[in-house]
Write a protein that binds this ligand. Structure first.
Ligand code: TRP
Length: 371
C-alpha cells in the first residue's frame, strides 16, 4: 500500500485520512478504549471488542452514571444523502446495542438541514431518503418506543438552541475547529450542537450524561458542543457530552482516503445481489501474484478489504473470524474463496434485512411524516 500520506486529516464535511490512530489519540487528547473500560461492560459488542471503537471522551463518566443508575441518553444522527451504507450500519448497530444493553433512550437526528447546506439536497428530496434510512435503522433492530427520531428542519428546539449557541462562539473559534468554511457549514455545526444537547433540556427531563457514538470525522463537532455546554452551563446546567469514536474502514478499492460521495466505493444495504457480487469481485485483496506463491507465502489479511468487511461488518463470531485470518495468512484460504464466502454472507444478510425492512417501512413513514 504505497501511500504518500503521513498526516492525519479530520474533516466532518469532507474526506478524512488517518494514518496513525495512536497518534490521533495523543494529539487530540482522546482516551483509548482499554481493558479496564471493557471490564465494566457485560457484553461488549464487536466494535468494542475489536478496537474498532478505539477512542473515547468521558465514556468512563457515562459508565459511572449507568452504574449509579443516573439518567443517561444516547444521541447520534445521519445526513440523509444516500442509501444506508456500512458506516451508517455501524453507527446504527452501536446505538441499538446501547439501547439493549443499558435500556438507554436513543435520540436520532436526521440532518436534513446539513444535507441542504452541505450537499444542496432539498428538504423534499432528503425526506424520501430519510424514510428509507429510518426503515433500515428499525430493521436493524432499533426499538422506536424508546427513541426519539426527528428531522432537524422540523425540530424547532434544535434550531433555537443552535441559534442561541452562536451567540458565544467567535469566527476564530470556528476557524480553528473547521478551517474557513462557507457559513452554511458553520450553521450545520451549530445545529448539530443543538442536536447533541437537545436530550439535556427541560422538555427531555433536564441535564444528563449523553453519549454520542460517531466516526472520528465527527470529533470537531464533539469538541464544539463540549465548549458550548461549558459556556452555557449557567443557563442550562449542561453536562458536556461523552463520545466514542470508531475507526474508518477503507473503500472497497482499498483507499484510505475514501470518498463518501462515490457509491461504487462502498456497499449499501440496498445493493442487489449482483451489485454486491460485482463490488466484492473487484475489491482489494491481500493476495500474492500467483496461487503457488500465495500457497507458499500466505496472504496478507491486513491488506485485504474483503477480510476487513467480515471483521468490521459481517462476522460477529470471534473464533470464526480468527480462523479466517489464520487460514488466509497460512495460504490455506485463497482470495477467490474468501470473496465467495463474503458474497454469500453479505447477500444472505441483505436479503434477511430487506425482508424485515419491507415490513417495517410503514412505521418509518409514519414516524417521519407526522413530525
Ligand atoms: N453530521 C453527521 C453526519 O455527517 C450527522 C449528524 C447530525 C449527527 N446531527 C448529529 C451525528 C448529532 C451525531 C450527533 O453524518
Amino acid at each position: 500500500m504505497a501511500e504518500n500520506v503521513n498526516e492525519n486529516i479530520i474533516d466532518p464535511f469532507g474526506n478524512s485520512v488517518i494514518t496513525d490512530y495512536s497518534k490521533v489519540i495523543s494529539q487530540m487528547r482522546l482516551k483509548p478504549i482499554t481493558e479496564s473500560i471493557l471490564k465494566r461492560i457485560k457484553n461488549p459488542n464487536r466494535y468494542l471488542r475489536r478496537d474498532i471503537d478505539f477512542a473515547h471522551i468521558d465514556f468512563d463518566k457515562f459508565l459511572d452514571a449507568i452504574e449509579k443508575k443516573q439518567k443517561v441518553a444516547i444521541m447520534t444522527g445521519i445526513k440523509p444523502t444516500n442509501d444506508f451504507h456500512l458506516g451508517s450500519k455501524m453507527t446504527a448497530e452501536k446505538i441499538i446495542y446501547f439501547q439493549k444493553e443499558f435500556g438507554a433512550k436513543i435520540f436520532y437526528a436526521i440532518a436534513d438541514l446539513e444535507a441542504l447546506v452541505d450537499n444542496g439536497i432539498s428538504l423534499e428530496k432528503s425526506l424520501k431518503i430519510a424514510i428509507d434510512n429510518v426503515a433500515d435503522l428499525l430493521a436493524l433492530g432499533l426499538d422506536p418506543k424508546n427513541a426519539y427520531i426527528y428531522r432537524q428542519s422540523q425540530e424547532r428546539r434544535v434550531m433555537n438552541l443552535g441559534y442561541l449557541f452562536s451567540r458565544r462562539v467567535t469566527t476564530n473559534h470556528m476557524k480553528n475547529l473547521y478551517g474557513e468554511r462557507p457559513l452554511g457549514l458553520y450553521f450545520a455545526a451549530f445545529t448539530q450542537a443543538g442536536d447533541i444537547l437537545l436530550p439535556e433540556i427541560k422538555d427531555f427531563d433536564g441535564p444528563k450524561m449523553v453519549l454520542v457514538p460517531v466516526g472520528l470525522d465527527q470529533s470537531p463537532h464533539i469538541f464544539l458542543t463540549r465548549d458550548i455546554a461549558t459556556k452555557f452551563k449557567d443557563d442550562f446546567n449542561f453536562i458536556p457530552p461523552a463520545a466514542i469514536f470508531h475507526k474508518f474502514f477503507r473503500s472497497l478499492k482499498g483507499e484510505t482516503k475514501m470518498s463518501k460521495r462515490d457509491p461504487m466505493s462502498m456497499l449499501t444495504l440496498n445493493d442487489s445481489p449482483e451489485l454486491v457480487r460485482k463490488k466484492i469481485v473487484s475489491a482489494l485483496t491481500g493476495g500474492r501474484k500467483t496461487v503457488a506463491e500465495q500457497r507458499k507465502l500466505g496472504g496478507i489479511p491486513e491488506q485485504s478489504v474483503v477480510y476487513e468487511l467480515l471483521y468490521y461488518h459481517f462476522m460477529d463470531d470471534d473464533k470464526k473470524v480468527k480462523q479466517i485470518y489464520d487460514d488466509y495468512k497460512n495460504g490455506k484460504l485463497l482470495d477467490g474463496e474468501m470473496k465467495q464466502m463474503a458474497i454469500e454472507i453479505i447477500n444472505k444478510f441483505i436479503a434477511a434485512h430487506q425482508k424485515k425492512k419491507k415490513k417495517i417501512y410503514p412505521i418509518a413513514e409514519k414516524l417521519l411524516l407526522s413530525d
